[in-house]
Design a protein around this ligand. Sequence first.
Ligand code: GCV
Length: 708
Amino acid sequence: MTLVNPLNTTLRTRCRLVGCSTLIAAMALAVGLRAETGYDLWLRYARLMDPIQRASYRQSAIAIVVQPRSPTSEVIAAELARGLRGLLGVDVPRAVRPRSDGTVIVGTPSTSPLVAALGWTDALVRLGDEGYVIRSTSVGGHAATVIASAGEAGALYGAFHFLRLIQTRRPLARLDIAERPRLERRLLNHWDNLDGSIERGYAGRSLWWPDRVDQRLRDYARANASIGINGASINSVNANPQSLTTPLLEKAAGIAGVLRPYGIRVYLAANFAAPKMLGSLPTDDPLDPAVARWWRAKADEIYRLVPDFGGFVVKANSEGQPGPQDYGRTHADGANVLADAVAPHGGIVLWRAFVYDEAVDPDRVKRAYAEFVPLDGRFRENVFAQVKNGPLDFQPREPFHPLFGAMPRTPLMAELQITQEYLGQANHLVYLAPMWKEVLDADTYAQGPGSLVAKVIDGSLDGQRRTGIAGVANTGRDVNWSGHDFAQANWYAFGRLAWDPGLSAGAIADEWIRMTWGDAPDVVATIRSIMLDSREAFVHYTMPLGLHHVIGGDHYAPMPENTDPRRADWSATYYHRADASGIGYDRTRRGSGAVDQYRLPLRELWNDPATTPDDLLLWFHRLPWDYRMKSGRTLWDELVRSYRRGADEAKGLETRWRTLHGKVDEERYQAVLARLRRQTEDAAAWRDKCLRYFQAFSKGSASDALSR
Ligand code: GCV
């Protein structure tokens, strides 16, 4: 076990990197800004500057009563003390019972006599173990704020909510809050390898592999609990079979032990060939009794070490991973053998639907639907199909995955990508909540209008009991966790949307900004506008009019000429199909027919370029360069406009950020500025490279754009 204190480590390094001088640091201190590394995330608990405001909050937090003593209640008490000390500048004592007005009482009816005496038990049970109330009431004749839940996890979430009220400057008088998560499983999926590297990770090495269990892991747990994340799958879905060997399970058990008091369960990605590779069996055939026995024994071993183990995540028959189809079996056969193994322990299986076998259909985006829809109803009840937000692969804009709404008898877990594999990685500022909202709020029409993706995954559309969402994590050992200080916002937003997909991107941004940067109105307004404009700006310079996957193997820089010799569908040319006659992928009925994987009216609307939204036009259509757009301009002119606009907008993000100099701490200001400068340059490179490349086919004029 290695013990490190990341707080002390890299402020100096970072100052060197961004060239900040002692003089600038002194100036920042003079206006009340302390030096920051970003390590504290949205849990900075920065002191409220206004003494009157501090005094007023203090009246509602004279003492803390947290009962009983358990690992989670100790976490709650410590977090409240830490938060209140930071925000209000006072040590709030822990008491056994309220002695005056202004006590904060936290507990569950089964463990806290004070909470039990309130008679709220039925209401709390209805909110569930993770739900909670925060209420202003009277206890023993004293005015108090009670944070109560049927379960300890709910009490913890309530405590973080209480602190958030102060962090975002909400009044504490007459509180009457009742919350419960809309989704049951709210997971991070880490693509961490056992050697400490992270697939598609842009923020340093793994938090836990190969050998770490440290304070940072506790802080990771705190951060997750503060946004309601309750599961972490800790190894990559391109799973090394070794992950299921005893030494690594013991390591996983150590991680689980740290995460448990924070309400977080550990999950593991499993390699389908483990019986052969670890158990020396002659086969991995899921219908072979010896294989089933092997998985049962492995599950029993895991649950001995990790009694609250969540279950397995599996990538099978995808991108070279082994799977049941190697034995002529279906994805359902494969998922079910693992599901039977974990079922006696209450575990689940998250079987990924990220499959795109070339033999299934020439159009990559049609393949998962073609393979999975016939399996609806054939999975065990403890299996989720885990479905990416769109049918291709985390592009900056995709239509929602047609599997949403098409498998009513299977719980679907949405998979979002927090790490910005295709969205500028850790260099570009892109706030992802607007993109996720677009998917969650998309209407599948599966049961008529209003059949939103959010209702598919929260179970309300098809009466599913099991519900969940997973986000591919963007955390690493960089001191600020996510590489870009603004990538933290995506971690935060994922957790908040997992709790309540109905929250708006703007409201989430607002919370995050106030907690992470400060609450001065101009700071909040400027950062908010930067965040809310950033995704569309990114789309404008990388994916105009739905033109997708114009990249090479790094999934970062523009590479429209990319023709991958290994697979057509890893090429840019496969998707844009540009030649003298036009550009785009024809997914209409005359083309690949992908539109027919969607319900009416979408399949008709998207079958016709005139009724397809401009931002998905070239996703669904192949059109001539002189196609007349709704604006009256030609397609080529609109492409030129979008690339130019995106590059200008990227520059605009940088310009807006510069107005914050001296208003946020210098360290993070400079770090963000350095990345925004890079973003400006990259966006111009996208514009120039793509326009030059496509102009060779369009023969249209792009001189304006190229001369800049
Ligand atoms: C974990 C994309 C990524 C891969 C990733 C894969 C998946 O293809 O580029 O790195 O593999 O998606 O989601 O399984």
